[in-house]
Write a protein that binds this ligand. Structure first.
Ligand SMILES: Nc1ncnc2c1ncn2[C@@H]1O[C@H](COP(=O)(O)OP(=O)(O)OP(=O)(O)O)[C@@H](O)[C@H]1O
Length: 343
């Protein structure tokens, strides 16, 4: 082996070692700093069809990040006394400047951020005497079922959520497993979902559903399309399960309903792909209640309602078409900034 080859080998070993040390240190920090969720009192298992209608209610909820002991309820609130009601099947866009609490609102519905023990309801006599045994959670409900009492794994499996940064199983996991980690869909479902988001030709050219997937070989936009395909698979499987259980007449058009949460799901795709994604979302999730965080105001115009957030509060809400015309509205302000001052 030449000197150059030996040197290259040493450098490779060294960088591998550094990567491994970094991974070990991250794992150590994770196990030391991240406390497991406490699921005490969260025993409610929703019926199989929940959430069939997708009616969302948030009544005066505040939330902050960090340990509950450290939480100062008067400042640093990510969400501040939030009230929001979303009707079954309604499509609501959440807008606002960076850090205004948009993502936190979605995380709240998934119980990934906990509401503060009530910051809004008056204390009971027991609480006033310091005798409170159980912390009270401010009320949030979907289709009438309280989220604070619900089993979190069930809640998270029933709500379909697409994060800003798509998550993949370790490199080498087959495409189909990545699309359908619970193995509840057929190969035909998976292929149809990839076709719906126009990713099938790309996946087919790399060996199809059984081929190992290396997420690093997907562009950021392709990752977002893949993530949307995953949501489509889940919706179709759920619709089939409901039809099998309740018959196709069950609850008319709403038998296919549910809740879809979208957080900047098209931030990395071009304008044309963005429009295509919107078209697919509208067609696939027509009966679903959709709550979507987006900076793309053009996309928001097609929604039933836009809600503007600022400092963890809802400061405006209305039809996007009306708000954009209304002199002095927050949405119009965002729209003007987005359009370089042109109304
Ligand atoms: N993991 C976290 N730890 C501590 N504070 C956080 C965390 N995530 C968000 N925050 C804080 O909560 C507040 C709301 O953040 P959030 O991410 O909900 O805003 P956003 O409107 O979604 O912002 P963006 O448009 O930039 O994504 C901000 O003040 C932010 O600094």
């Amino acid at each position: 082996m030449s000197f150059g080859e030996q040197l290259a080998l040493i450098i490779r070993f060294y960088t591998d070692l550094e990567t491994s040390i970094g991974a070990v240190s991250r794992l150590k920090a994770f196990s030391e700093n991240v406390k497991p969720e406490s699921w005490e009192g969260e025993t409610l298992v929703p019926p199989a069809e929940w959430p069939l209608h997708g009616a969302i209610e948030i009544n005066g909820v505040s939330a902050a990040y960090g340990d509950s002991e450290d939480k100062d309820t008067t400042k640093n609130l990510a969400l501040d006394n939030l009230h929001l009601t979303v009707a079954p099947g309604e499509k609501v866009a959440i807008c606002g400047r960076s850090g205004s609490g948009k993502s936190s609102l979605l995380l709240l519905l998934l119980r990934l951020v906990d509401p503060l023990a009530s910051t809004t309801t008056p204390p009971t006599p027991d609480e006033e005497e310091g005798k409170t045994i159980q912390p009270k959670l401010a009320p949030m409900a979907i289709d009438g079922l309280p989220l604070h009492a619900m089993s979190r794994p069930h809640l998270r499996r029933r709500i379909i959520a697409l994060p800003q940064e798509p998550v993949f199983l370790p490199s080498g996991t087959p495409v189909q497993t990545n699309l359908d980690p619970h193995h509840s869909a057929t190969a035909a479902d998976c292929r149809a979902a990839l076709e719906a988001v126009s990713l099938w030709p790309f996946i087919a050219s790399r060996g199809g559903l059984d081929a190992p997937l290396a997420p690093d070989t997907l562009s950021q936009g392709q990752k977002q399309l893949f993530s949307l395909a995953r949501a489509i698979v889940r919706r179709r499987v759920r619709a089939r399960e409901r039809a099998a259980e309740f018959g196709s007449d069950y609850c008319g058009d709403l038998r296919d309903g549910g809740v879809l949460l979208l957080d900047e799901v098209s931030s990395s795709v071009d304008q044309e792909t963005d429009e295509e994604m919107q078209r697919v979302i509208r067609a696939e999730f027509a009966a679903y209640t959709i709550v979507m965080v987006s900076h793309r105001l053009g996309m928001v115009m097609g929604f039933d309602r836009v809600v503007i957030m600022d400092a963890g509060r809802i400061v405006e809400s209305g039809r996007p078409g009306e708000l954009v015309e209304r002199e002095g509205s927050r949405f119009r302000e965002l729209w003007m900034v987005g359009n370089g001052g042109k109304g």
